[in-house]
Design a protein around this ligand. Structure first.
Ligand SMILES: [Ca+2]
Ligand SMILES: [Ca+2]
Length: 265
């Protein structure tokens, strides 16, 4: 039933989008620049993704509702294809916030590439209509050369029937401008099926020095929230600020690894 609902939702989205741009019911990262909206600061020409829709549809029991129930996306099993899958989130550009909109024309003034930086083996991100397949670090596609800026991706993970996946899968992206007008975005990570270890902010299955450096980057940063994915998971307890409470939580899992990678892929 859930799969049927998702399929119908996607179909409705595709049919309706041309008539009502921006009202797509599926989740999307929204690409812009100048994240702080303040002119004259260091991020004026740096790309970023607005994350307020990310994990919006994460409740398997209410997959179309904006619940933000989980800090990862569930995936739904397709017996026909012997795989887990989910058809969101995709990518779009910001068009309703003048301070954050990209300036100029895509593929002329700037040329955005969406790159896979890291991915857990087995997970893939695809858009078959545009021939997009992201399955290993370095895979990428040119967003600015697509016929529309609003793009859907499907995430897939092959598995035998009846196999329950209990460990997290992830893909880490960054966005670069091959014409050099804008600086590359920071990395940002999507998680599926289960939460990473608390403190695994550079999501790779281990809590170590890389994660500590990421937390240091956002130390005492306030105004954490859905919009910035809680500063890339460094606001571990999601109370709105990155501080000692988060460092202590990271410390509880320090040098711990998810060594339970026994899920068949
Ligand atoms: Ca890590
Ligand atoms: Ca916190």
């Amino acid at each position: 039933m859930i799969q049927i609902r998702l399929a119908l939702t996607g179909l409705i989205c595709c049919l309706g989008y041309s008539l009502c741009v921006g009202d797509c019911p599926l989740d999307h990262y929204r690409i812009g620049c100048n994240a702080d909206r303040i002119a004259g600061t260091a991020d004026d020409m740096q790309l970023f993704v607005e994350c307020s829709q990310i994990y919006r549809h994460s409740d398997p029991a209410h997959s179309s509702d904006p619940t933000w129930l989980l800090w990862h996306y569930p995936m739904y099993y397709s017996a026909m294809y012997s795989r887990y899958q989910i058809g969101e989130p995709g990518f779009d550009v910001i068009t309703d916030d003048a301070a954050r909109q990209l300036d100029g024309a895509a593929n002329s003034d700037y040329c955005l590439w969406i790159e896979c930086v890291r991915i857990r083996t087995g997970l893939t991100a695809r858009n078959t209509s545009y021939g997009i397949v992201l399955q290993q670090p370095g895979d990428r596609f040119c967003h600015s050369r697509l016929p529309e800026s609003h793009i859907h991706l499907q995430y897939r993970l092959s598995a035998p029937a009846g196999q329950t996946i209990s460990t997290p899968y992830w893909i880490t992206y960054r966005i670069v401008d091959s014409l050099g007008k804008y600086e590359a975005s920071e990395e940002f990570t999507l998680v599926f099926l289960a939460d990473p270890l608390p403190g695994d902010t550079v999501v790779d299955g281990t809590v170590d020095g890389n994660d500590l450096m990421r937390l240091a980057d956002y130390w005492l940063a306030a105004v954490s929230g859905y919009e910035n994915d809680f500063y890339q998971r460094t606001d571990i307890n999601r109370d709105g600020i990155v501080n000692l409470a988060d460092l202590a939580e990271m410390g509880r899992h320090w040098l711990t690894s998810l060594t339970l990678y026994t899920d068949p892929t």
